[in-house]
Write a protein that binds this ligand. Structure first.
Ligand code: PLP
Length: 370
């Protein structure tokens, strides 16, 4: 089964990627631990020919996004494969608030003379639209990390439609449940499956979902040549993670919205950024095409870096840790990451997990007050 046309995403997340039910066989595709296969079929070596475990993940995610998925060893491997599609001398447009790994990848390639990088305000739709006719790749991370700026994907994708400009959306923060960029006209959607898709902070994995077979084939070739293949256990765990993604995300988004409102009323907090709040600069854009506002909340602690570090050290339910998208809530001060000079020093990024909202609020309130 390849198409999701007849069922809702919640159902697809549970039923896809299992193969044909066979008497006496397991319900789930097991982790296939194989580099090589007995010759005589179309599978001989897994780096070239994939395994049933990767394919299960690719089927589930492909159906959710509405495209053809190529799984990679990590989100960065997936991003690097997209950048590798560019000809030498290309122009890449990148949001001004963007995951630091991707910024690093873009800058490293620019330093080698492989391409030129142009930075764009995530919410500067007119600039993205203008670049849709000039650049070779628009790399649109939305919502952005960590300011949660939402780009006007419908307008940007529509503008690029009639040009040769490739639009790739890093949709890690949204997951396929909150936005589907391919339906809006994007060429590629990239995910760090390390985050919500895996959902349990126990693996590294990435994926690109392509609108066309041609792009999917080019990406598979990049994966093969760079050797950026997904692990068997990771792929198995990611499929298992996606099964519960709709349930986890629904809970986490509801809690995030609740915590964002409570934080906004807390005397220890200066600014709250959550796209679901009407005071967020891109709230209206988010409302216009997203099916939810996500489960990350960013806020500035009154008192700056020192005070924000204290808050991180005193939470007990929330983990003081990087990354996001797990069932366990995590929080960190993002300006402590090298290169993140555009961020207020006291900015904390909170990834809301599946704990009870009351316990999370008690934890935050106590940490902010003591
Ligand atoms: C984590 C992340 C990445 C990188 O993914 P890895 O799986 O860590 O390699 C890229 N983009 C965004 C938005 C991320 O959050």
């Amino acid at each position: 089964m390849e198409q999701r046309e007849h069922v809702q995403p919640e159902t697809w997340a549970v039923m896809a990627g299992r193969g044909v039910p066979t008497v006496g066989e397991p319900l789930n595709v097991p982790p296939v631990l194989a580099s090589n296969f007995t010759l005589g079929s179309d599978r001989s070596y897994s780096r070239d020919d994939a395994t049933a475990t990767w394919e299960a993940l690719e089927e589930v995610l492909g159906g959710l996004e509405g495209g053809r998925t190529v799984a990679f060893a990590s989100g960065m491997a997936a991003a690097a494969a997209v950048f590798d599609l560019l000809p030498v001398g290309a122009t890449v447009a990148l949001g001004d608030d963007c995951y630091q790994g991707v910024t690093g990848l873009a800058d490293a390639g620019a330093a080698q003379g492989r391409w030129r990088v142009v930075r764009v305000g995530v919410e500067d739709t007119a600039r993205w639209v203008a670049l849709a006719g000039e650049a070779d790749l628009l790399w649109v991370e939305s919502p952005s990390n960590p300011l949660l700026a939402v780009a006007d994907l419908p307008a940007i994708c529509a503008a690029a439609r009639s040009t040769k400009t490739l639009v790739a959306v890093d949709s890690t923060f949204a997951t396929p449940l909150l936005q589907r960029p391919l339906e809006l006209g994007a060429d590629l959607v990239m995910h760090s499956a390390t985050k919500y898709l895996g959902g349990h902070s126990d693996l590294l994995l990435g994926a690109v979902v392509a609108a066309t077979d041609e792009h999917a084939e080019q990406l598979r070739t990049r994966r093969e040549l760079a050797g950026a293949t997904p692990g068997a256990l990771e792929s198995y765990l990611a499929v298992r993670g996606v099964r519960t993604l709709p349930v986890r995300l629904r809970q986490a988004c509801a809690t995030a919205a609740d915590l964002a409102d409570r934080l906004a009323g807390h005397p220890g907090v200066e600014v709250v950024r959550y796209p679901g709040r009407p005071d967020h600069p891109t709230h209206e854009t988010a409302r216009s095409f997203m099916d939810g506002f996500g489960a990350v909340v960013t806020f500035d602690v009154r008192g700056g870096a020192q005070r924000a570090d204290d808050v991180c050290r005193s939470v007990r339910v929330i983990h003081h840790a990087t990354s996001l998208g797990g069932v366990e809530s995590t929080m960190e001060r993002r300006a402590a990451i090298p290169g993140q000079t555009h961020l207020p020093p006291g900015l904390l990024r909170l990834s809301v997990g599946c704990e009870h909202p009351t316990d999370l609020w008690r934890d935050l309130d106590r940490a902010l007050t003591t």
